[in-house]
Design a protein around this ligand. Sequence first.
Ligand SMILES: Cc1cc2nc3c(=O)[nH]c(=O)nc-3n(C[C@H](O)[C@H](O)[C@H](O)COP(=O)(O)OP(=O)(O)OC[C@H]3O[C@@H](n4cnc5c(N)ncnc54)[C@H](O)[C@@H]3O)c2cc1C
Length: 469
Amino acid sequence: MGNEAKTYDAIIVGAGTSGSCVASALSAAGLRCLILEAGKRFARDTYPRAELDANSQLYWGGGIELNTDADIGFLRARVVGGGSIVNQALMDRFDDVALDSWRQRSGVPFFTGEAMAPWYDKAESELCLQYIPTEYRNRNAQIFAEGFAANGYVCAPLRRAQRDCRFQDGNDCIVCLSGCPIDSKQSMPVTVLRRALEAGAELRAETEVLQVAEVDGGVTVTARSAGNGEETYRAGALVLAGGAIGTSSLLLRSGFAARLPLLGRNFYSHPQYMHLAVYDDPVDAHKGPMQSLKSADPNFRRYGFKLENVYAPPVAIAMLLPGFGHAHLERMRRLRQFACIEVSVRDQNPGQVRVDGRGQTVLEKQLDGEDRARRDRGFAAVRNIFLATGAREIVEGSFGISLHLMGGCNMGTDPGTSVVSPEFKLHGCKRIYATDGSIFPDAPGINPALTIMALSWRAGEQIVKDLRA
Ligand SMILES: Cc1cc2nc3c(=O)[nH]c(=O)nc-3n(C[C@H](O)[C@H](O)[C@H](O)COP(=O)(O)OP(=O)(O)OC[C@H]3O[C@@H](n4cnc5c(N)ncnc54)[C@H](O)[C@@H]3O)c2cc1C
């Protein structure tokens, strides 16, 4: 038996980037919200500091989930704060290339720079945004800048959601990939989610939602938590913010496939390939800000890829290096000499999120010929950069890593080609909304988090209006 006596205006599944914004919008309007989050709640001094522990405690699938071909790994956060805890906190608005494509594909009129501007303004006003000061750029960033200049490519500084990283005290921001130890990173628990909780939203961590349904006059949600077993909750509305894979698979498990034939389809992920190059002297790519610069070259955008100066902690680097045994060890001994650049592909061949007969999530995602051509053009640019800056050896990454999980419940005006309406409701449902990265119509080729926030604020306003009608 559940606690059916306690009802809410809205239940929000997922305390990540989107769920935190919607909860904040709804609770600021005086609505009673319950947020259910599968992951644990940590504070700055309790995040697991060892890389392997962080992987297993902050991510679904023990750290990584694979596609059916086992050549792309998906990183999907499972923690209060969702992706905002583990991400690199790069915050970009979409350009006209991305928004025009979305508008044409979806028929949704508000996918324009002008119509999105107030929502981007709102999202940005909730965070402190900064560029990495030039004096703190590490050698890996310098190699990136020098290689771009030598080849006539255009690069630009990265804008991060951070308040005071205290680089002068020797802080390494690679550590913040497992939860920021000084609360500088503007993750949801220190910004938007904190304000939602202060305004009265209720949060239940370590509570995984198993089934959702629309019933007469409201919704029911069945969830399982470590302490309380299975419970059923009721509310006037349900907001799905479990991320692209989480929202799609929850709806599939809840039997929505029959009425939403495109559910789980149109799944994109910006597959990323990390390339390493060995230099004679230490690069120390893990020191200071591990990211400062990105490509801003119009040709790269046209060709469907972008580059970022980046690095990863040692376990991740060990997984990406080819070979085994002595040869692998010899490469790992040169960890401090590696420079690293990542190619991110604007994928145009969508995959699919499925649920198998045992209820397990299955991720089908392949690169087609055009996607591989985009990736290979990126590889060529990285080779040019490394060769122009004195690299001794180049190790090309062949394993794709997907951090930007998008689609599965794509938004559109036509129920025949989409899953979610421009009012953020599932087609055919009155009280179930989706607001997270699952609603993206295609892959923008740009960091998605700021746009997820902007859309979630817009959705929040819509939901408040609907609930008050
Ligand atoms: C390592 C890494 C680096 C990244 N770097 C950047 C970056 O620099 N810039 C950028 O723009 N983007 C970046 N991203 C992507 C960005 O973080 C995500 O796009 C964004 O957080 C997605 O927001 P969301 O609300 O869709 O989902 P999330 O933020 O992932 O939130 C979903 C939440 O729902 C919970 N959930 C799912 N299913 C259930 C369920 N059934 N019951 C209860 N809870 C559930 C999950 O545990 C999770 O906490 C990065 C991602 C990763 C993993």
